[in-house]
Ligand binder design. Structure first.
Ligand code: HDE
Length: 708
């Protein structure tokens, strides 16, 4: 542990964070009005006498309030709550064989990016850790113009045709009569819709899984969802699905924990992203593609154009093509994260669309909504939206025009020397893929989109036991909050068409009769191992994992220091928590700084916990009720728990009788993520190794239930 000087252990990020409070103009000119007139007083309005009425001529007062009154713009209809970051993308090798997109040609070229992560249902001020899809939208500022890959953390969507989007979003949003619930799907209208619209089922399986409560935006996969089309310099098309894989692996919260987090830290995911970048722990994701030659369009037992389907990775492997690193936080949330405008139709030469009807609808919707959200057509001039490629158009005027256009504004023209001229055949212009289209003008869902159950079943059967348990619990929670019993029953009947055992388990928890066995029993019981979180562990490191050490007066400081140093060397963030902030007096009689006071934090904000010991017979930190609760919560949420010296005996308070704890000093025992060693003094190598491994394992689901 460190001495309590001026909090020397405080992460650099905190210091840097303070820089954000400094004025942009360090020279520090005086306060002015919008017109540049210097102001000498901003605390009292101009009034007729100290106790008299305010005067209309107080232009500073009127301007200040007017500007304040107009600070808000409409929030996004969906994805209102988000967090953004800048970074770069670099390809591993040239993808010229498949696409002529300039940013995918040369490994030495770094393309700047801006990424915005988001929840979908909740408003701008809602909590982060709700059960929801997460947006994962990337703007690549390429040399050939902006390319936006506007994806989610699920690879499938809830509907097949964009004309159903308003219905789906109305159903999932809070109920119209009372605007309840905020940021949650557990209510009647969503499940009413789901039970009547079986195309939702596959995405609903993802929504009920742990994927819907990510531990971190840095530990979350991303998917382009639709099948897109790469086009190479020869004009050859290849179908492509995009995948982002986080280097740190894909990890999730537990539902109980996610709910508590909503109160303890509603900004849990946003803060995590911000803090990691400030600390120099830059999130990294690998971009992968599944490529399908045009001639294989009909080689699958589903339609490539159907956005409720995946191509199992075992069928078409994901080929890594590059990596993205997020290394800079925005300067100003509103200017950048709020005003950024993504659009699926922002494509560059070499990337094209398919006839996926959902994608086609999106290509209309994003620009349309941004015209109102950002107050007119000139939002591409806002710095975060501005391409690095030169922009020369004949578009003019409109609200918030800030460009000083000169010259002619029509084409063809001779007075402006024909400028800007359309590009010649040098291969740099965007050319639409010349797909042959031939058909009657009809409203009809393609028969190839009809199977709504096989892939929902594929997902279910690909889950580990504990993932299946969590899915059943999630269905029980959500449907248990639905008032209309007919909706509960209808949903269970639909689930029976995915898997009868699933439906029966859900029915049992929500008080509706289980469907008849075998009534509609599907399907194949194929599995795709890549769908399970077990297969998405990432690099297995413990970088940025938050480890709490519960300390109190009399703590063995050497023990704490040894663990802190060992875990920090692997990149974990270790914090000493005590009943009060400031310092504790160690067994060595010295004062040792603590990082945070227990009442200001909670187990749900950490990934693992350690209980060190002190002199024999002295109380450990667990004598404190907050500390005891901390360890109990960590245990029941499946988190790694470590204990050393007298801390091992203190774990008896958990009441987990079947757990194997260390008895012989120096012999570390690891049992389902609980790592113990009764030896006093600095932690030994076997303990440090086992505890580091436990932290890397993230969660342990097969623990004995604690009586406490
Ligand atoms: Fe979106 N979506 N969406 N969506 N979407 C918006 O655009 C829409 C869909 C996604 O951080 C809106 O500027 C329709 C699929 C992300 O700013 C809006 C349809 C996927 C973001 C809109 C879909 C997404 C949005 C709201 C069905 C995953 C946030 C504000 C046809 C592949 C981007 C805005 C950000 C945002 C419409 C379906 C992802 C209303 C009509 C599928 C990540 O235009």
């Amino acid at each position: 542990m460190t001495a309590p000087a001026d909090r020397p252990h405080e992460p650099d990020g905190k210091q840097r964070q303070r820089d954000h409070y400094r004025a942009a103009d360090p020279a520090g000119g005086p306060l002015t009005t919008d017109q540049g007139v210097v102001v000498d007083h901003t605390d009292d309005s101009l009034a007729a006498g100290a106790r008299g009425p305010t005067l209309l001529e107080d232009f500073h007062f009127r301007e200040k309030l007017t500007r304040f009154d107009h600070e808000r713009i409409p929030e996004r209809v969906v994805h209102a709550r988000g967090a953004g970051a800048y970074g770069y993308f670099e390809p591993y090798e040239s993808c010229a064989e498949f696409t002529r997109a300039a940013f995918l040609q040369d490994p030495s070229v770094r393309t700047p990016v801006f990424v915005r992560f988001s929840t979908v249902q909740g408003p701008k001020g809602s909590a982060d850790t709700v059960r929801d899809v997460r947006g994962f939208a990337t703007k690549f500022y390429t040399s050939e113009g902006n390319y936006d890959l506007v994806g989610n953390n699920f690879p499938v969507f809830f509907i097949q045709d964009g004309i159903k989007f308003p219905d789906f979003v109305h159903a999932v949003k809070p109920e119209p009569h009372n605007d309840i619930p905020t940021g949650a799907s557990a209510h009647d209208t969503l499940w009413d819709f789901v039970s009547l619209q079986p195309e939702t089922l596959h995405a609903i399986m993802w929504l009920m899984s742990d994927r819907a409560i990510p531990r971190s935006y840095r530990m979350m996969q991303g998917f382009g969802v639709h099948t897109f089309r790469f086009v190479n310099a020869q004009g050859r098309g290849t179908f492509v699905k995009f995948h982002w894989k986080p280097k740190l692996g894909t990890h999730s919260l537990v539902w109980d924990e996610a709910q508590e987090c909503q109160g303890r830290d509603p900004d849990f995911n946003r803060r995590d992203l911000w803090d990691a970048i400030e600390a120099g722990e830059y999130p990294e994701y690998e971009l992968g593609v599944q490529l399908v030659p045009e001639e294989d369009e009909f080689a699958f037992d589903f339609d490539l154009l159907d956005p409720t389907k995946i191509i199992p990775e075992e069928q078409v492997p994901v080929r890594p093509i590059g990596r993205m690193v997020l290394d800079r936080n925005p300067e100003n949330f509103f200017a950048e994260t709020e005003q950024v405008a993504f659009h699926t139709a922002n494509v560059v030469p070499g990337i094209d669309f398919t006839n996926d009807p959902l994608l086609q609808a999106r290509n209309f919707s994003y620009l349309d909504t941004q015209l109102i959200r950002l107050g007119g057509p000139n939002f591409a001039q806002i710095p975060v939206n501005r391409p690095v490629a030169p922009v020369r158009t004949n578009q003019r005027d409109g609200y918030h025009q800030s460009a000083l256009h000169s010259g002619t504004n029509y084409s063809p023209n001779s007075l402006g020397a024909g400028c800007p001229a359309v590009a010649g055949p040098d291969g740099h212009a965007y050319t639409h893929y010349a797909e042959r289209v031939d058909g009657a003008k009809i409203r009809q869902r393609s028969p190839s989109f009809r199977d709504h159950y096989s892939q929902a079943a594929l997902f279910w059967h690909s889950m580990a036991d504990w993932e299946q348990r969590h899915i059943v619990d999630a269905f029980r929670f959500e449907l248990g909050k639905v008032g209309a019993l007919t909706v509960r029953s209808r949903t269970v009947a639909e689930l029976a068409r995915v898997d009868h055992a699933l439906a029966a388990a859900v029915a049992e928890g929500i008080g509706v009769p289980a469907p008849e066995a075998g009534a509609d029993e599907p399907r194949k019981t194929a599995v795709s191992p890549a769908l399970s979180l077990v297969a998405q562990r990432g690099d297995g490191s413990i970088r940025t994992r938050q480890v709490a050490v519960l300390v109190t007066d009399g703590v063995d400081a050497e023990q704490v220091t040894s663990v802190r140093e060992a875990l920090a060397a692997e990149g974990a963030v270790v914090e000493a928590l005590a009943p009060r902030d400031g310092s504790v007096t160690g067994a060595d009689g010295e004062r040792h700084a603590v990082d945070r006071a227990l009442p200001t934090v909670a187990s749900v904000l950490y990934d693992a916990v350690l209980v060190p010991g002190g002199p024999a017979g002295a109380p450990t930190a667990l004598a404190d009720p907050d500390a005891l609760r901390f360890v109990r919560d960590a245990y029941r949420h499946g988190k790694p728990v470590g204990a050393l010296g007298a801390g091992v005996a203190a774990l008896g308070a958990l009441g987990a009788d079947d757990l194997r704890l260390a008895a012989e000093p120096g012999q570390a025992v690891a049992d389902r993520g609980v790592v113990t060693d009764t030896a006093p003094g600095p932690a030994g190598e076997p303990f440090l190794r086992a505890f580091t491994e436990a932290v890397a394992g993230h969660r342990y689901w097969d623990r004995p239930v604690a009586r406490s």
